[in-house]
Write a protein that binds this ligand. Structure first.
Ligand code: ATP
Ligand code: MG
Length: 360
């Protein structure tokens, strides 16, 4: 007959998918009851209506069956406020390698996460699209990746990635939402019904800081920051908060766009000392079926900008939305993410490799 110890042992490698920690270690497995080859147990979730309940149930059932149970009954409960507060404390402590508690661990000087801000001069050139697809490409290459949607007013990352759920909040700790292997934090998660955000200056900075200090990012190799367009407050805030951030400038091939983008590049270099990784030219051409390229938005802007800023032109991304003939109800659908075997996804893979090589 199975013992409690055997059941706990079988569950020791079953992790909470968001916290990436063992359910046993998190004290989420309780009231194990064994009768013959029947096992019943409670799983105490961090919050009621945990979005990952189904996955947890499956993992627990499979593990206990593998240990020899013929029948597994999982009952769900949720932590008390006190338990959540204690867990939040525990998560914070683990995240706190810095001597100075005022500095979030992610922003500590010796943190190993590489920051990449995606900036542009003009709006609508494809910063968010590049951020999202570069992040997914890095994740597909096996990297641990996060995105901070720093466009507080004009957030678009959750929508582009097809994220419909909100982050789990445990006490004062927020867990980023994971999609396509990328952890995401956005103001969009905290706004009801697409309502406008009406904050100004200091609140914006505070919100951004919270995205680093209150969010349990876990280990990250890269954190991408989708900046709002132009050279405004948020861009400066980010620069001050994360002086070590690298930067990618996005432009369209049009000469005017490149001219405006040069200002964003100049700001990165002079005002903030962010190192520029290079330029991404987006919407470079439209390719017809006869494989002819049509330079709808002009030509050469990216190259010219790269020369002006004395950096590389890292990628030229053609015009073409991710294939939208995908089933809208499909789990894997996201309006702004190219499927792995789409030619544009391959362009992003090449970009991701250059980015990895460019930041050592
Ligand atoms: N290569 C592309 N081909 C076709 N459509 C694209 C391409 N890149 C971006 N788009 C579309 O263009 C629009 C603007 O892109 P996106 O939102 O990424 O730009 P942005 O620079 O982040 O804009 P904002 O300045 O408003 O934040 C979006 O609708 C996006 O889907
Ligand atoms: Mg954007």
């Amino acid at each position: 007959m199975l013992t409690k110890e055997q059941v706990l042992h079988a569950l020791k490698d079953v992790n909470d998918p968001e916290l990436n920690k063992s359910l046993v270690e998190l004290n989420m497995i309780r009231n194990i009851n064994i009768e013959g080859d029947k096992v019943a147990l409670d799983v105490i979730l961090t919050i009621r209506g945990c979005p990952l309940k189904v996955k947890i149930q499956e993992d627990v059932e499979n593990a206990v069956r593998e240990a020899g149970a013929a029948d597994v009954q999982v009952n769900f409960g949720s932590m008390t406020d006190d338990e959540r507060a204690a867990l939040s404390q525990q998560l914070r402590k683990e995240q706190q390698p810095t001597a100075n508690p005022a500095i979030p661990p992610l922003l500590a000087e010796d943190a190993k996460t590489k920051f990449i801000a995606i900036a542009s001069g003009k709006g609508g050139v494809g910063k968010s699209t590049v951020t999202v697809n570069l992040a997914v490409a890095l994740a597909r290459l096996g990297k641990k990746v996060g995105i901070v949607d720093a466009d507080i007013y004009g957030f678009s990352v959750p929508d582009m990635m097809g994220i419909e759920r909100r982050p789990t909040v445990i006490g004062e700790t927020i867990l980023p939402v994971e999609r396509f292997g990328v952890k995401v934090m956005s103001m969009g998660f905290f706004v009801e019904n697409n309502a406008p955000v009406v904050w100004r200056g200091p609140m914006l900075g505070k919100m951004l800081r919270n995205f680093f200090s209150e969010v349990h990012w876990g280990e990250l190799d890269y954190l991408l920051l989708d900046l709002p367009p132009g050279t405004g407050d948020v861009a400066l805030d980010i620069h001050q908060m994360i002086p070590q951030s690298k930067e990618i400038i996005v432009t369209t091939p049009h000469a005017t766009a490149a001219f405006v983008a040069a200002r964003a590049g100049a700001m990165a270099i002079s005002a903030t000392k962010h190192e520029l990784l290079g330029v991404v030219e987006n919407m470079s051409w439209f390719e017809t079926e006869d494989e002819k390229k049509h330079y709808i938005f002009g030509r050469g802007g990216g190259q010219k900008l790269a020369e002006e800023l004395n950096v590389d032109l890292l990628a030229q991304i053609p015009i073409g939305a991710p294939d939208n003939d995908i089933d809208l109800d499909d789990e894997a659908f996201a309006p702004g993410v190219y499927e792995e075997n789409h030619p544009t996804a391959r362009d992003y893979q090449a970009l991701a490799r250059k980015v990895i090589a460019g930041i050592q």
